[in-house]
Design a protein around this ligand. Structure first.
Ligand code: F0G
Length: 428
């Protein structure tokens, strides 16, 4: 199978441009990368992925690349991307935080937090957009669109605006955190609030894209995932620099399963290049909220197909998704790396959000799902105390100020008087 961890590096077809092309993961059909706008396979409607004649090695990153360019961030990995530079703010190069108290409390040998909330618009989506908007320029499209639970819309608006392109976003009404709508709005997107959930928004925007109204920049777009792939490269490089080994496991929240697919692709390409031993590939472990857990259902049942959940609900609105479109890419990633998937409750998510915040790491609820999931897997004995783990936190605390405020303590009113303040403090 083409998505196996040890699949051989592919031969470039005639349609390749600069050693890159699009391939269908279902039927193997190949397409020129930039001649036409295309999101899925013409022949069988399967998902497409970008393939390269020369998969990347660690030596080709940064100064080791054939071309000059950034030493840090997404474009450090230009050898593994279809362009050398894109519309950049810049993005990537996010911290791999130590959290010693949480590490001891969870009870693993090492726990690091890869905080993607530190990207320019506060989520990992910026990594996908820097590449996706560059491709939009290459294709010569005039308008960009996405469906979103919020973060994609913020990133699309910022990167599209910077490129001087029109941006349209479809959001599920009443289910998007305030910070994200504020961003999309101020960066200049036209915002439509749909009386439906994220999955219905995606159905509509796919139809708009098919009719040529706008270029689709959801993670169904294979170029988005190329940018997000760099999360995997950064984790491996940074972890190796600190520990001399690669992490045993990467735990991440799952919505549309784009990141899961992208990180697996990063590892697969390094294995194909002979730069990473298959036994060193971290176990990819997905976490969903109990009220929106179709991937977990499929992994637990051993199914190859994911059933669409029509009704979804969770406080972690970013991952309030019932139809993970990237499942055909992500399920092999979880299975072939020996990973798993687990569901957590909203209260467990909020508890993990507090734990991270108390170590100074401010994340939105969906992000905290990774840590909540790790706790569950430790409790169940799936993760043992010798593991070295990286949890991905995908969005910044300020994305969802209402959730942060609800999870924190209330401010105490006090009179405008020092004695009143001292009295109140003495009360404790
Ligand atoms: N975490 C956050 C903060 C997100 O915003 C998302 C997805 C995910 C995790 C899930 O990532 O889809 O790659 O599995 N947000 C999308 C959006 C759907 O519209 O902003 P995934």
């Amino acid at each position: 199978m083409s998505l196996d961890l040890d699949a051989p590096a592919p031969e470039a077809p005639d349609c390749a441009a600069d050693g890159a092309w699009l391939a269908c993961i279902e039927c193997g059909a190949t397409f020129a990368p930039f001649e036409d706008v295309r999101y899925t396979c013409d022949d069988c409607d399967g998902l497409l992925e970008v393939r390269y004649a020369d998969p990347p090695t660690f030596d080709g990153f940064g100064a080791g690349a054939d071309t000059e360019g950034p030493e840090r961030g997404v474009w450090r990995y230009r050898e593994a991307l279809p362009f050398d530079l894109g519309v950049t703010l810049p993005e990537g190069d996010t911290p791999l935080h130590e959290v010693p108290r949480l590490e001891a409390d969870v009870g693993v040998d090492a726990l690091r937090i890869k905080h993607e909330g530190m990207n320019p618009t506060g989520s990992f989506k910026d990594r996908g957009m820097t590449v996706g908007v560059r491709v939009a320029e290459e294709l010569g499209v005039g308008a960009l669109a996405c469906a979103s639970t919020g973060n994609t819309s913020a990133a699309l608006a910022a990167y599209g605006g910077r490129a001087g392109l029109e941006t349209l976003v479809l959001l599920p009404e009443g289910k998007v955190a305030a910070g994200k709508i504020a961003q999309a709005s101020l960066h200049g997107a036209r915002i439509l609030e749909v009386d439906g959930n994220f999955d219905s928004c995606l159905d509509i925007v796919q139809e708009l894209a098919a009719r040529g109204e706008a270029y689709l920049l959801n993670s169904l777009n294979p170029f988005r995932l190329e940018g997000q792939k760099t999360i995997g490269f950064e984790i491996l490089e940074a972890f190796h620099a600190d520990y001399g080994t690669y992490p045993d496991r990467i735990v991440l929240p799952v919505g549309n399963a784009g990141n899961t697919a992208a990180i697996y692709k990063a590892f697969r390409e390094l294995v194909q290049a002979g730069a990473l031993d298959p036994t060193d590939v971290p176990k990819i472990t997905g976490v969903q909220a109990e009220g929106a857990a179709p991937m977990v259902e499929a992994v637990e049942a051993g199914n190859d197909e994911v059933r669409r959940w029509e009704e979804v609900e969770t406080r972690a609105t970013a991952i309030r998704i019932g139809n993970p479109v990237n499942a055909p890419k992500a399920l092999p990633g979880i299975r072939n790396t020996g990973g798993t998937a687990v569901a957590v409750s909203d209260d467990e998510i909020t508890a993990a959000q507090r734990d991270l915040a108390h170590e100074g790491v401010g994340v939105e609820p969906a992000s905290a799902a990774s840590v909540a999931g790790l706790r569950t897997l430790r409790r169940e004995g799936v993760v043992d105390d010798e593991e070295q783990v990286v949890c991905l936190t995908t969005g910044h605390l300020l994305k969802d100020p209402d959730a942060a405020y609800a999870a924190g303590g209330d401010p105490e009113p006090v009179a405008n008087d020092v004695d009143a303040v001292l009295d109140l403090l003495a009360d404790e």
